[in-house]
Ligand binder design. Structure first.
Ligand code: PLP
Length: 399
């Protein structure tokens, strides 16, 4: 054995991917995986959207050579994403104060944002919600930051501990980097109201904090426009702003790794300096992004008929999740009337913090081959008309 490798310890398993490993090995034909972060259709399949299929048909016809993309990605993609994220008619876009670079999914966008911030603001600390997507902490720590939590979820109300969150924001030193979920908070499903966002934007602006909005689920909450509104409101506030977005879920393009990082600055001149440095970060990480996913998304967003189709298909996913929330609550009312699950209807996006305990989650797995995250997070988008009766019966038994 080599002295280099002999001292290396086994890394802990990824908690979420570990659930899927257990699920895959389970022989029970009635098994259900609610641990995932993926949208399944009513047949339990990951959909290939019709708009994607049509865009791919157009691209196949073109038979374009696979040259390198520019460091910042496909120009048509960056433009379409920027307009989607900030609004084509917004001041930041019109005044060329925003820059957008194609990224390797939402994770890649967060990573190049983190590396950029580490280069230019190494002494700032990062604040993420308690709890947050499990990769946020590791990602910013691996970029060299100290990562703290601000209060977010309130188990008692199953909503947001907004007073706690706001108090924490008010004590952060100027220049602190605050990671916020633009919509469909992962893992809790609990989002801020418009009025609460107003207060957050006010404090962030007053204290000179640096907002980093992570938007991985645009369109899964209340619609593309409604979900993106908070980004536009932050942009209007005028300070430095980072936005990572992902098309993994909204285009069902998980493995194509399509996302983007947008940064809004005070002037076009500032933005161009920011872009030049951001390109250095990309260049030293992976040189330039892959072509296919970016071309698919750019084609859909820039072709009115395909874009309309995408919006329709995305609405279909959103509505189906909502229906599953309704059904989940209705059936539990019948089978476990002593327990109140109405909060599940209020939650937004793919997930629900169901309130199930670790012990209950283990019982669901051992007795019924129903897999969920230890924290009680379930993926509502993995429920369907065929598996829901089973799931509800099992939950009613463990309550
Ligand atoms: N941010 C949040 C909050 C997420 O939930 C996810 C994916 O689950 C990501 C970022 C990463 O997205 P991607 O799969 O596009 O890298």
């Amino acid at each position: 054995s080599s002295p280099l490798f002999s001292a290396i310890e086994m890394a802990p398993r990824d908690p979420i991917l570990g659930i899927t490993e257990g699920f895959n090995a389970d022989k029970n034909p009635a098994k259900v995986n609610l641990g995932v972060g993926v949208y399944y259709d009513d047949n339990g399949k990951v959909p290939l959207l019709e708009c994607v299929r049509k865009a791919e048909a157009i691209l196949m016809e073109k038979l374009a050579p696979r040259t390198y993309l520019p460091i910042e990605g496909l120009a048509a993609y960056d433009k379409a994403v920027q307009e989607l994220v900030f609004g084509a008619d917004s001041a930041v876009v019109q005044e060329k104060r925003a820059v957008t670079v194609q990224a390797i999914g939402g994770t890649g966008a967060l990573k190049i944002g983190a590396d950029f911030l580490q280069r230019f603001s190494p002494n700032s600390q990062v604040w993420i919600s308690d709890p947050s997507w499990e990769n946020h902490r590791a990602l910013f720590e691996s970029a060299g930051f100290v990562v703290n939590n601000y209060p977010y979820y309130d188990a008692a109300t199953r909503g947001v501990n907004f007073a706690g969150m706001l108090d924490a924001l008010k004590t952060m030193p100027s220049g602190s980097i605050v990671l916020l979920h633009a919509c469909c908070h992962n893992p809790t499903g609990a989002d801020l109201t418009d009025d609460q966002w107003t207060q957050v934007i006010e404090v962030v602006t007053q204290r000179g904090l640096v907002p980093f909005l992570d938007m991985a689920y645009q369109g899964f909450g209340d619609g593309i426009e409604a979900d993106g509104k908070v980004v536009r409101r932050f942009a209007e506030a005028g300070g430095a702003l980072f936005v990572s977005n992902s098309f993994s879920k909204s285009f069902s393009l998980y493995g194509e790794r399509v996302g983007a990082l947008s940064i809004a600055a005070a002037t076009a001149e500032e933005a161009s300096r920011v872009l030049s440095q951001l390109k250095r970060v990309v260049r030293t990480n992976y040189s330039n992004p892959p072509t296919h996913g970016g071309q698919v998304v750019a084609t859909v967003l820039a072709t009115p008929e395909l874009r309309a189709l995408w919006e329709e298909e995305l609405a279909g996913m959103r509505v189906r999740i909502r229906e599953m929330r309704q059904l989940f609550v209705k059936q539990l009312k019948e089978k476990a009337p002593a327990h109140d699950f109405d909060f599940v209807i209020k939650q937004r996006g793919m997930f629900s913090y169901s309130g199930l305990t670790k012990v209950q989650v283990e019982a669901l797995r051992d007795n019924n081959s129903i897999y969920a995250v230890d924290t009680g997070r379930i993926c509502v988008a993995a429920l369907n008309s065929k598996n829901i009766d089973n799931v509800i019966d099992a939950i009613a038994k463990v309550l």
